[in-house]
Write a protein that binds this ligand. Structure first.
Ligand code: SF4
Length: 309
């Protein structure tokens, strides 16, 4: 895999670029020595003339796997993953069973642990029920917004029994700022009624029971089991985890349950919950959706998508 090295390494090896991360590990070479294929990943490239060393037809980029289209940009109207902006593409799939790939994944886990040893769920909650409600409300919203409205909601409805008896219209008003508020109000009141009626007011501790609650899928189940009950039952795959799994070539899937299964195979069970938090923290602080800060990213030497923006 070719590409420039991260900034820290750049300081130590001024004037050099990372030329290969292969079976023999990192290889450095003089700055300016760059494989021709990397040019296909340049989002700012405006010259449509292929470089002289480019193969005549649709060569695949070694960095992102994309193929340069022969069609005129004007004629391109259909949106697909291939046409996505470079920062939205996933890195090409790798062989997770190779020893070298296992080393790379272990190095990513170690780097995330060193970067975010205190990573945790950033939703405010006092007990499993509050975390369940906050997580349902966080869909298509931000943790900051949810944390702004839940104090009033939990002051009015402190537990499952209280929320189960609530007037849905009143709940709608309290959660209105989180978006999709009618469906969310219906879901949290519906979940509270099932918890109060069938589970004695206690949020269930199994994924099987959790996903039967309205508004709850595996992501919410994993958040509750991992952060409220301290159980490593899975990895919560949200938008940040999806994006980072693709960019770091941890999964080539686009479906959250399949991404989760890929991640569960790569990381040891005792790290599942924490890896989820750490990927989310890195996505929020460095590997932004539109403009990832690759130049200051510690994971850059291990990331096949470095330099995508
Ligand atoms: S910010 Fe880091 S993890 Fe994200 S694409 Fe850039 S190098 Fe990779």
């Amino acid at each position: 895999m070719w590409g420039p090295i991260g900034p820290n390494e750049g300081q130590r090896n001024a004037g050099m670029v990372l030329l290969r991360y292969g079976a023999t590990g990192f290889t450095l070479g003089p700055l300016g020595q760059r494989p021709p294929s990397l040019d296909y990943c340049r989002s700012k490239r405006t010259d449509s003339t292929p470089p002289p060393h480019a193969p005549p037809r649709r060569a695949a980029c070694l960095t992102c796997g994309a193929r340069k289209s022969n069609r005129s940009p004007v004629a391109t109207t259909r949106k697909s993953a291939k046409d996505a902006a470079p920062s939205q593409r996933s890195a090409p799939a790798r062989n997770p069973d190779s020893a070298h790939e296992a080393e790379r994944v272990a190095a990513i886990a170690d780097a995330l642990q060193a970067l975010y040893p205190e990573a945790h769920c950033e939703l405010d909650f006092q007990d499993p029920f509050q975390l369940l409600v906050a997580t349902i409300l966080s869909a298509q919203s931000t943790d900051k917004m949810v944390n702004a409205i839940t104090p009033a909601l939990f002051a009015r409805f402190p537990d499952a029994a209280a929320l189960a008896a609530a007037d849905v219209a009143e709940v709608e008003r309290l959660v209105a700022k989180t978006g999709f508020f009618r469906q969310k109000a219906k879901n949290i009141v519906g979940a509270a009624r099932i918890i109060a009626r069938e589970h004695g007011g206690v949020v269930p501790r199994t994924m099987e029971e959790l996903v039967k609650l309205p508004g709850v899928a595996r992501k919410t189940g994993n958040v509750v089991l991992g952060s409220a009950y301290g159980m490593n039952e899975g990895i919560a795959v949200d938008t940040h985890v999806m994006r980072l799994a693709g960019r770091l070539a941890l999964s080539s899937e686009s479906d959250p349950p399949k991404i989760e299964q890929d991640l569960l195979r790569l990381f040891p069970r005792e790290r599942w919950t924490m890896i989820g938090h750490q990927l989310i923290w890195h996505g929020r602080r460095v590997c932004f959706a539109r403009k990832p800060a690759c130049e200051s990213c510690t994971l850059a030497p291990l990331c096949p998508s470095r330099g995508i923006a």
